[in-house]
Design a protein around this ligand. Structure first.
Ligand SMILES: CC(C)(COP(=O)(O)OP(=O)(O)OC[C@H]1O[C@@H](n2cnc3c(N)ncnc32)[C@H](O)[C@@H]1OP(=O)(O)O)[C@@H](O)C(=O)NCCC(=O)NCCS
Length: 164
């Protein structure tokens, strides 16, 4: 299967303008809204790469670093870090832009794992990814370590459930 570059499937600058109905009771952007857009952006990357329908199988810990406010612009950037057999890790970063001052703040970054599905909804092979830049190569390496940790945790969860 022919590999694909990271750039060929990346979501570069998906913007979302924050309106008053996007806020929580605290007056800042509702985290669930951001999570939903994150999942969609990551899904676009996974489906572009695999050319299959994909399912979200896992989301790593998600830490909101700073609030975002009404009127600001959220900018989502997503790219494929690594692909294995049927699964892929996609990283998405969100920054908030204040268009008046030009200030950019890092709001959240997260790693999603997707599985590509065939016509029977069974996992199916995906192409390898070709990391080109220094940063893409670093992300590729780091994704390998994260996958090991996820698989270990999934195995432990399964054993706990079987034991109960
Ligand atoms: C996606 C799904 C079909 C995969 O089925 P499965 O029986 O887990 O398949 P497998 O065990 O063969 O795993 C498939 C791949 O997922 C990976 N995987 C499974 N669980 C994982 C986890 N918790 N974290 C990371 N990767 C995981 C496996 O390592 C494997 O990767 P590889 O093919 O690249 O080696 C199934 O888990 C599913 O339907 N999950 C629900 C998905 C869903 O509904 N998402 C929306 C949430 S509302």
């Amino acid at each position: 299967m022919q590999g694909k570059t990271v750039a060929s499937t990346a979501v570069e600058n998906q913007t979302y303008k924050v309106f008053p109905n996007d806020l929580n009771t605290n007056g800042t952007v509702f985290g669930g809204l951001v999570m939903s857009i994150l999942d969609r952006v990551a899904l676009v990357v996974a489906e572009r790469h695999s050319e299959h329908i994909c399912a979200t199988v896992s989301v790593d810990a998600l830490h909101f670093l700073t609030p975002a406010y009404v009127g600001e612009i959220l900018i989502f950037k997503g790219s494929l870090n690594r692909a294995w057999n049927s699964s892929m890790e996609v990283g998405v970063r969100v920054v908030a832009e204040n268009f008046k001052t030009g200030e950019h703040r890092h709001v959240v970054s997260v790693y999603f794992t997707f599985v590509a599905l065939d016509e029977n909804n069974s996992p199916t092979q995906v192409p390898p990814v070709i990391p080109e830049t220094k940063l893409e190569k670093l992300r590729y390496e780091d994704a390998g370590h994260r996958r090991e940790a996820r698989i270990k945790q999934a195995k432990e969860r399964k054993e706990r459930h079987l034991g109960s």
